[in-house]
Design a protein around this ligand. Sequence first.
Ligand SMILES: [Fe+2]
Length: 167
Amino acid sequence: MSPFEQSQRVLPCGKERKNVGLRKPGSGRSVKSRPNHDEHKYSDQAQIQHAVIEGLQTVLADSYALMAQTHLAHWNVEGPNFFQLHTAFQKQYEELFGAIDEIAERLRALDVLAIGGLKTLAKGSRIEELAVETTPAKDFVAHLVESNEILLGNAHALRRPLVPQMT
Ligand SMILES: [Fe+2]
């Protein structure tokens, strides 16, 4: 079960949800319980919504993992370019923090719970964590470039269900 699916099973009060089907925004009812007048169209719409929600949860997890790695680089970078890199990393993790909040709030607007907690977010992302050790500045930069590319790839993939002709 994905972190997204797990997050949809438990209510904020800690009780288990009885119906974990996707909800249409604002309807308050499960998509699965709605009358189905146009089965094919309806099925496509529900699948697209599910794909978008799962994609947003992945981008949320990636963004949090990237923010944590950027913060680590901000703290531990050393060398002659320390000040420029320290400052640039801070700007990046602050921007990521704002973006993360927007992503989570978009999920809530879709009437689903946003995943959270460090363990859950780590499980939901493929971004690797650097060991806490002395690391050359160029290796911090290379790691963050690679991590940004993973995040961008997943963000780009999020458009696929909405634009089927995309490859
Ligand atoms: Fe700082």
